[in-house]
Design a binder for this molecule. Sequence first.
Ligand code: SF4
Length: 367
Amino acid sequence: MHAAADGGLARVRLPGGAVTRRGLDALAVASRELGDGFLELTSRANVQIRGLADGAEEELSARLSDAGLLPSATHERVRNILGSVLTGRDGGGLVDVRPVVAALDAGLCADPGLAELPGRFLFAVDDGRGDAIALRADVGLYAVAPDVFALVLAGKDSGLRAAPEDAAGLALDAARAFLRVRTSEWRVAELGRELPLSGEREAEPVAVPAVPRRPPLGEIPQRDGRTAFSGLVPLGRLDPAGLSAAGEIIVTPWRGVVVPGLTDMPHFPGLVTGPDWAGLTSCAGRPGCAKSLTDVRADAARARRAGGGLPVHWSGCERQCGRPADRHVAVVATPGGYEVRLGGEVRARPGDLTATAAAAATTRRSE
Ligand code: SF4
């Protein structure tokens, strides 16, 4: 649990973004009874509970453990595993990676040494569609054929290959190799050298997508004749009461939720599919974060526009928490007002919120 301006903040890791009905009930009740009643979605497809009282961690841990959401107290911080969101559901992708995600999580928790991985270290398992692998994981498994995964390190093909049953083991070997050679680095990309891994390497590396293919919004046909519903959670603040008709959910790294396995199409209050919310994210801002210069969520909601283009992320200060890994427009609060930036370069210093909205809309369509 971290301290925030609005109380304790607990992050709950969800490998592959998957949450069962039981898990969702546990999160909803825990947030309602111990926190502020909402679940905050993160850019790593995890959830956060805010507004926790001092000493709430024991009660929260017990509840999460009972629901299967805290399988290892020692490894919780390092269970950062993204997976292709619709894998095994919609017929996209080359292979269903859910068993690989589960094997990777189990193998990670079973190795005491891997608890030493930095909390920022990220795994991704992509079924070949290019959603998860483009999110700059330290260690990625990218399906290049139904029975072959490429090991991708910091976004680059290592040349090493594994069958699905060996893929989790290869990823864990790479994580161990990182621990052996790191000094103060938190991410593989910071090492500036290759990880010492043995094995035969492919001569021709595969191109790894740099821009994630996000799942579509709205109704998505599944292979089994049922339907999934894909919606965005405005600015990542989810009221779990709106998901009472869901049997399970998949949290996406884009502050969205997919509800799979539907035979009819109930309404999910709180999930939106409109173009004005697409690609729009923000940090927590005021009142939750003491560092924030403004109520950035309220400003982002008021300034939202339809129109497409690059993702736009609003931040209450220079830290820019939760910003997308891929190229995006950054709207950053400064003591002099918002700045609109692209690739770190300031594109506009608008005077008010209306002008900020216009500058962000223009910048996101500029390439
Ligand atoms: S970006 Fe700044 S204001 Fe926003 S949550 Fe992070 S520290 Fe707080």
